[in-house]
Structures are given as structure tokens and as C-alpha cells.
Design a protein around this ligand. Structure first.
Ligand SMILES: [Zn+2]
Length: 284
């Protein structure tokens, strides 16, 4: 305890004596100076080192401030981040804050960083699933708790399954479901997920977006086709939340009029009836 103070006392003594000559006798007073938080009783009764103490106090505060910044900034920054980007704080449980989570850099690229589930307490939530999409790196899919209609469902035009081809070159097997909410209507993601496709060069699909989701531990992909050119609101690798705008209803690609063509499929790639699925899974 005395060692660390020797240097400071030596340095401080000359100034101290000049500043407060009449009361210099209490040399031990200096022992109280640097003891930040040491609760030395001397700190309260020493009035003399008035020149010294502010300086030391500022120093201590600066030091303390530095400590505060360096230890708490990452956590604060993470906490302030859009939860959609918070793959790194998958389980911000108490007790884990001092663990390797402190070393993560916060930024958009975090969304694409692999997660070591072992570094976090994940008891409170299901573990993330790694995206099956090659080329995206390791994208974790965090399960959300909302499932919503992509557009107003009151005007759905064409159901899933075999049909009479609506146009030359159109398939007789309808791989998706169609909605007619009107040209330019905003299309929202049906659930939290990661964008795996966002292109204006989708061939028959025109301008389209695919979002991969973790729904009850199952990887499900939703595909939104025939959007308007220039309306894409997301990019590949981006995390989106349920209802987040992806683009607007258009008639690009092989389409007979403005509508949303929605396809849904699992990791096997086999399309299933999104209408039936949404009707039984939409949470509001
Ligand atoms: Zn369709």
C-alpha cells in the first residue's frame, strides 16, 4: 500500500508545501491522495492539499473514466445496436458480459460473423441455425417470435398447386401463391431472417428477394417475386425482421400483371403451400 504512493508523494510534496505552508506538518496527509476508493478516513479531513487534490481527483476521474469506457463501451454499443444485427449478443444474459463478448466489434459486418454458441448463455433461447446457403459465409438464423402476412392477404388471386398456365411459358404447376394488394404495395418479410437473394435479374421471377428464416428450429425460405425495378430495400446478407419492407409489388419477369408471387420452401427446396402455412402460422 505504501509503495505505489512513494512516487506520487515525492512528486507532490514540493508543490504541496509551497501551497499550504502553514499546515505542512501533516505530511501523512499525502498518503490519502491517490487512494481512489480506498476510503481512507484522511480523505475527508484534509483540506490542505487543495491544489493537489483537484489534480489528483481529475487524474483519478480520468483514470476511472478510461476504465469505464474500456470495459463498458462494447457492451453498451452492442446493446444499442439494432437487435437484428445482434447476432453477437445472442444471449446477453447476466454473467456472460465479461466473457469473450467484450471483444466483438460492433458493425454491420457482425451479422455475418460466425458465432460460438459456447461463448454465450443460450439457455433462454433456441440456438441459432446456420444458413444452408453457400457463399454467404456462416450466417446464423435467429428465431423470431412473429410471423406476418407479406401484404394484405384479403386479395389473393391464385393458390398453390397445379393450374392452367396463365400465360405462354408460365408453368402449369404454381410453385407459390399470388396476392393482389395493388401495384406498388409494400412487401414485408413474413418473419425475422437473413436475405439470401436480392436481385433485379431474376429471369421469370423478375425482381425478387429470398429470405431465410429459422422457424421453430426449421430452416424455411420465403421468396418474393415480380417486384418493381428500383424498389429493392434490402441486400444479400442483411438481417430483416418480420414485416420489414423488402420491395414493392410490381410485374417484372414472367408476370401478367402487378402481383406478389410468394414461394416457400424448406432445406429440401421443395415448395409447399405458403397460403395454408401462413393461415396457420401468422401471429399477427
Ligand atoms: Zn405466382
Amino acid at each position: 500500500m505504501t509503495h505505489p504512493q512513494h512516487g506520487r508523494r515525492a512528486a507532490g510534496r514540493p508543490r504541496y508545501r509551497r501551497a499550504a505552508a502553514p499546515v505542512v506538518a501533516a505530511a501523512p496527509e499525502t498518503t490519502s491522495l491517490p487512494e481512489q476508493g480506498a476510503s481512507s478516513p484522511k480523505t475527508t479531513r484534509s483540506r490542505k492539499p487543495s491544489l493537489l487534490r483537484p489534480a489528483m481527483t481529475v487524474g483519478a476521474m480520468t483514470f476511472a473514466g478510461g476504465m469505464l469506457l474500456s470495459t463498458s463501451l462494447p457492451a453498451l454499443a452492442v446493446a444499442a445496436t439494432d437487435p437484428d444485427l445482434s447476432a453477437s449478443v445472442y444471449a446477453p444474459a447476466e454473467g456472460s458480459a465479461s466473457e469473450p463478448s467484450q471483444t466483438l466489434e460492433v458493425g454491420a459486418e457482425v451479422a455475418l460473423q460466425p458465432i460460438d454458441p459456447g461463448a454465450f448463455d443460450v439457455e433462454a433461447a433456441p440456438p441459432p441455425i446456420q444458413s444452408s446457403v453457400a457463399g454467404l459465409g456462416s450466417v446464423s438464423l435467429i428465431q423470431g417470435d412473429r410471423i406476418v402476412w407479406p401484404v394484405d392477404p384479403s386479395r389473393s388471386a391464385s393458390g398453390f398447386g397445379p393450374r392452367i398456365a396463365p400465360c405462354g411459358g408460365c408453368s402449369t404447376m404454381h410453385d407459390g401463391i399470388d396476392f393482389n394488394p395493388g401495384n406498388g404495395a409494400i412487401i414485408g418479410s413474413i418473419a425475422d431472417g437473413v436475405v439470401i437473394t436480392a436481385t433485379e435479374a431474376g429471369g421469370g421471377l423478375g425482381v425478387y428477394v429470398e429470405v431465410q428464416h429459422n422457424i421453430n428450429g426449421r430452416v424455411i425460405t420465403s421468396l418474393y417475386a415480380h417486384m418493381q425495378y428500383g424498389s429493392l430495400a434490402v441486400s444479400v446478407g442483411q438481417r430483416v425482421s418480420a414485416g420489414q419492407a423488402l420491395g414493392t409489388v410490381g410485374t417484372t419477369g414472367q408476370s401478367t400483371g402487378p402481383h406478389l408471387h410468394l414461394e416457400m420452401y424448406g432445406t429440401d427446396g421443395v415448395r409447399f403451400d405458403g397460403m395454408a402455412w401462413l393461415q396457420s402460422n401468422v401471429t399477427g
